[in-house]
Design a protein around this ligand. Sequence first.
Ligand code: MG
Length: 284
Amino acid sequence: MKTVRMFSAALCAALMLCSAATAQEWKSGVDWQEPPLVTPGAEPGSAPSDAVILFDGSNLDAWENGENWLVEDGVAVPQKSAIVSRQHFGDMQLHLEWSAPTEIRGSGQGRGNSGCYLMNLYEIQILDSFENQTYFDGQAGSVYKQTPPMANAMRKPGEWNSYDIIFNAPVFRSNGDVQKPGFVTLIQNGVVMLNHFELLGPTSFVEAPHYKPHAEKGPISLQFHGDPVRFRNIWVRELKAPQGVRVSAPFNIQLKKPQAAQPEADEAAEKKDDSTAAVSEAKN
Ligand code: MG
């Protein structure tokens, strides 16, 4: 048995050596640009160096109708109307933190309701879903009336929830047809809620979702639904795909074989040395 194991190990080693000698590195043939440097935030959830800050606790100047909301003690609370970001975004990474009201009032959709609208069209639901039943495609982390989230990862009312959203905007052909639908991924408090969900169109309370062509970029809006949901730490990064130019078809590089002992070559070299010495001696 021991002999068989030793033989197997020797065979494996021989095969690995053989494979290393003949392996060919595959290259894509694409000349990629170096990815940009981004300094991460100091703490988990804090803004990276290239983020657009939409709310850092001081004011809502980055938002239209920001004056309608209460900003106090570093948090923003919905009042009177929705707020709409002045800057528009397409593909993006969005971070925001929110807390359901500490004082529990109402039930179902009437408890701690707000929402984060991507491009002012696609609502990711914000709702106090801590021990609060409602229709599943309307609870926190749902794409409103399109899909429930994959989990209920709510913290208690008064505690802070984080939303990290990755969004790919839909693309339309010039005739208005959908070339590529929108997609959204949501992580709440470190838990995946939406995994590259294909949006069916703008979210609506009364209409079946269906796409209507729109601009490549749009604002983010936060819903006013009458409840004092608190918000803090809102930032966004525009997403750009890595850039590269194809310079050739994919190919394999023939790797050099590792140097191995070559007795015949060594002998030839020795003979050459001898003959050189002989010539040398003759000259002398
Ligand atoms: Mg809502």
